[in-house]
Write a protein that binds this ligand. Structure first.
Ligand code: 1DF
Ligand code: MN
Length: 350
């Protein structure tokens, strides 16, 4: 293993775009939910582990998530990460009651802003908001972008079983489109009533359930016609597009078949002909959790080289050997630079 260095000597900077943090306030709120009556089963499976287990991994992750100073910068240095785009970790505000979600969005944006101010050449922020209060969320997004310098909006997927294509969330999409910032739809655990069979099998979290949940969320946003209403909106999804690029042929075929037959009122004709048109024109895909050359190249091939970005997913998945493997991909320097650096610079306006 060669030593990884920041500074771009390999011909590009490494900008990691799905990096997580948490605040003590969020952990306290999560603890209250876990101690309350009948906590959400997916949340309990995920955060019962990360908050309460004393095993090595959850302890490391708790500390790393809370770190927004020297420790995080050192971990970035050790892994050759020049810049990290940070977002409140899943489920962020989404699991909270309205009042708590509003408070956490505001306070965590302020904390993140301070960290970015302390490390202006290393840390970049995404704005949290509380979809439980859509008008307030739009105002908080505006504050975070215009006053705090945030470069995107983080939505940790469904909010109490509700998805961004539902009409009550229009103010959020409107604000993001008007401010010209992308929305990162990051995974959440599946809602009650869907997550139980995955918990029973031990596949509810990042191993599989996250992808099912968030791939579905992205697809809902497409087939509902939401992106026809907000055509300039850019949506980022991680984990190699939550497998949607691999589904693309079938999505196009079956969506067309359904439209022609008038099968579903809720996924009627779209302004653009194919589901894949939206993936290629409104989505940016990061490789968080998938340090795997064939999947990255396939996605570059079918979605576009200007729409696939590097992400580490610190601290959940952060071995240095993954950075080295990606450096060593059999890919032109131009394409590698787009992947690691320039796509992120364009998407986040760095
Ligand atoms: C995990 C993975 C947890 C990711 C995350 O947030 C997360 C995990 C709580 O491994 O349990 O963001 N991830 O994006 O892959
Ligand atoms: Mn993540």
């Amino acid at each position: 293993m060669t030593e990884l260095k920041t500074g771009g000597a390999q011909g590009y900077l490494r900008i990691a775009t799905e990096e997580a943090f948490v605040t003590q306030e969020a952990l306290d709120m999560y603890g209250e939910i876990l101690d309350g009556p009948d906590p959400d089963p997916g949340f309990k499976s995920l955060w019962g582990f990360y908050l309460r287990s004393e095993a090595e991994r959850p302890k490391f992750i708790r500390d790393a998530l809370l770190g927004l100073g020297a420790g995080r910068i050192k971990d970035m240095d050790d892994r050759g990460i020049d810049k990290a785009v940070l977002a409140l970790t899943s489920p962020g505000t989404q699991i909270l009651s309205k009042d708590k979600a509003v408070a956490l969005a505001r306070n965590s944006n302020d904390e993140l802003h301070q960290a970015c101010k302390d490390h202006p050449d290393r840390l970049i922020g995404m704005a949290a908001c509380a979809p439980q209060d859509p008008e307030g969320a739009a105002k908080e997004i505006e504050r975070a972008v215009t006053k705090l310098g945030m470069k995107a909006v983080i939505i940790n997927s469904h909010t109490h079983g509700h998805y961004l294509d539902e009409p009550q969330f229009a103010p959020i999409l409107e604000a993001a489109e008007a401010l010209d910032v992308p929305i990162y739809i990051h995974p959440n655990t599946l809602p009650r009533g869907q997550v139980e069979p995955l918990i029973a099998a031990g596949i509810d979290g990042a191993i599989f359930g996250f992808g099912v949940e968030t791939g579905m969320h992205a697809l809902r946003v497409i087939v509902s016609g939401t992106l026809d209403k907000f055509p300039k909106l850019q949506v980022i999804i991680g984990h190699m597009g939550e497998a949607l690029p691999f589904w693309m042929y079938r999505l196009d075929f079956m969506h067309q078949a359904g439209v022609r037959a008038g099968r579903y009122a809720s996924s009627g004709p779209l302004k653009k002909e194919f589901v894949s048109n939206y993936l290629k024109e409104n989505f940016i895909i990061t490789n968080s959790g998938v340090a795997w050359e064939p999947a990255i190249k396939f996605t570059q091939d079918v979605i576009g080289k200007d729409r696939v970005m590097y992400a580490m997913d610190y601290p959940y998945q952060c071995p240095a050997y993954e950075v080295e493997a990606l450096d060593n991909m059999d890919m032109s320097l131009d394409d590698k630079k787009a992947f690691f650096q320039t796509n992120a610079e364009r998407v986040f306006k760095l």
